[in-house]
Design a protein around this ligand. Structure first.
Ligand code: ADP
Ligand code: DP6
Length: 512
């Protein structure tokens, strides 16, 4: 008899989105740090064993995002020879499903790690698991017709989504159509509602976006880092037995999670960024110094599937060949300073989504070209920005509300100048004008273009009261009308906590 019932292994883990309030570009350099806040918008992953009828053997891993159309990814897996790790293969049947590269890569890395540290998983095979991804609503914009209190006028993709055919059970390996094997409770609720009900239905906690994931409009909160981190944590918590000592609540558990999620995220991205987004998904708000990029080079880690990959991955993630107790021999040399970050009481960091359709590609590449061509100038600009990052962190941490504006102004100025020097729109004129206007609204303490900058987002540090929120929304409404763009204040706000286990009871609707 199995010692654990399937229910025992059901876990829900969530990880927050991010906003790099100050330190864009300089944080790519280990000499410098960035001030990053976790966000209240989280991506949750519910892992539960798929229960099969007696005698039926399934070796599937099913990932579903029930907020999107055609978003069920089914995988088989096999052990690659010569210690190349576990490789998952997407199973297609019926309507083809677009691959989900971040999910697939995370499964490859995390299952390889688990099979390496717990050899019994490799010999017995992984028990079939369902992984449900539930993203807080602010990660994606609403479909246009739901904006500004409008009601949908006719049949639309969102409405179609609300009338999807009934669901097939998760354990059914039969042909797939574009509907969700796991029904969206919003759909279930819709069917249960009395037809004559004229009352506005309650806003669902996880709404259906009525589109495929590929067509969804992202609001730039760092969905890929949050999903990679939450999926990694859910898999580790679900599969590793207590004897393997993976515990998300401990510093060692967080370290393993952080290292593994960074490696998987970099691989899926196809580039090694600073990693501030994964660090804040795991640890929450912090002053972040990056890890040395060489850590993930071919000298440390063979490619996935290559001979020796699994053992090298486990060694790198566990970082267990460090020779000193204080960790000084550790390979992972990133720094996460949570003690340097805080927010004054009564002050909130809020995010604006700017829907302007302007893309900013290759900004990092251009900034680096400029930096390499102008080392002296660049070093001065980077040092100047570092000074302001530290000052801003200190003012926020020490609760000096009256000084926030004084220290945020120069952050904007340096970013704007950097953009002009490099010929990239870090704080383009349209954003400059909007932020100037926003900063005149009573209760707004400061604003910036977060992260790499560009046209599509703004972060506002403001007094956390209903009156200020009303004035800011009013300003943005007017600005949107006058400039024929859509700018809206999202509900999401800066929050300090990183990854966390959620109460499974809060997700009862989603448990099969
Ligand atoms: N709700 C979700 N369900 C499944 N996969 C998701 C979800 N949200 C994001 N992803 C994954 O993350 C990718 C988006 O990553 P990216 O373009 O880097 O966006 P971001 O800037 O938000 O991190 C998607 O293509 C998908 O692979
Ligand atoms: C330039 C950067 O320092 C900051 C980019 O921050 P964003 O928040 O703009 O990032 P994305 O969500 O990936 O678009 C690059 C980095 O640190 O990796």
């Amino acid at each position: 008899m199995a010692s654990e019932s399937p229910r025992d292994r059901t876990v829900v883990v969530s990880a927050p989105g991010k906003v790099l309030l100050a330190g864009g570009y300089i944080v790519l350099d280990r000499k410098h740090t960035g001030l990053v806040f976790g966000l209240s918008a989280r991506i949750h992953v519910l892992a539960q064993q798929i229960r099969t009828s007696e005698g039926v053997h399934l070796s599937e891993i099913v990932v579903q995002s029930p907020q999107f159309l055609n978003a069920t990814w089914r995988y088989g897996y096999h052990l690659v020879e010569n210690g190349g790790g576990i490789k998952v293969t997407q199973l297609q049947s019926g309507t083809p499903v677009e691959p989900n590269h971040f999910v697939e890569t995370t499964l490859n890395y995390v299952l390889s790690y688990i099979a390496e540290v717990d050899k019994s998983q490799a010999s017995h095979g992984f028990t079939p698991v369902s992984l449900l991804v539930l993203a807080d609503n602010d990660y994606y914009s609403k479909p246009k017709h739901h904006r500004a209190g409008e009601r949908p006028s006719s049949s639309s993709s969102a409405e179609d989504a609300a009338h999807l055919p009934p669901a097939t059970p998760l354990s059914d390996p039969g042909p797939q159509t574009h509907h969700h094997p796991h029904p969206h409770p919003q759909q279930q609720q819709q069917h249960q509602q009395p037809a004559e009900s004229e009352t506005k239905p309650a806003r669902p906690r996880f709404r259906h976006f009525g589109t495929t994931l590929g067509d969804a409009h992202k609001t730039g909160l760092g969905s890929s880092a949050a999903i990679v981190s939450a999926l990694t944590a859910a898999l580790l918590s679900h599969y590793l037995p207590p004897s393997a000592a993976f515990d998300l609540a401990t510093p060692q558990g967080k370290r393993v999670l952080h290292n593994l999620a960074q490696v998987a995220h970099c691989s899926a991205q196809g580039k090694i960024g600073s990693g501030f987004d994964v660090a804040s998904a795991v640890y929450g708000s912090c002053l972040y110094r990056r890890f040395s990029p060489a850590l993930l080079g071919a000298a440390t880690l063979p490619g996935h599937g290559e001979a020796g990959f699994a053992a090298a991955l486990a060694g790198l993630v566990n970082d267990d060949d460090s020779d000193r107790e204080d960790g000084a021999g550790r390979k992972w040399d990133c720094e996460v300073r949570k003690d340097r970050v805080g927010l004054p009481a009564g002050v909130a960091i809020r995010m604006c989504d700017v829907d302007c359709g302007t893309q900013t590609v290759g900004m990092v590449k251009k900034v680096h070209e400029w930096r390499d061509a102008n080392p002296g100038l660049a070093a001065r600009a980077y040092e100047g920005l570092q000074g302001r990052v530290d000052e801003l962190a200190q003012v926020l941490k020490e609760g000096k509300v009256d000084e926030i504006g004084r220290v945020m102004g120069p952050v904007r100025e340096i970013m704007r100048t950097l953009g002009r020097d490099c010929g990239v729109p870090i704080e383009p004129e349209s954003q400059e004008a909007m932020l100037d206007g926003l900063e005149k609204v009573e209760g707004v303490l400061g604003s910036v273009v977060p992260g790499a900058g560009g046209y599509d987002a703004a972060a506002v540090v403001m007094r956390d009261d209903a009156e200020t929120e009303k004035r800011v929304k009013g300003f943005l409404r007017q600005w949107s009308m006058q400039h024929e763009i859509q700018v809206r204040l999202m509900k999401v706000r800066g929050e300090t906590e990183g990854v966390r286990r959620e109460d499974v009871g809060d997700f009862k609707l989603w448990i099969s």
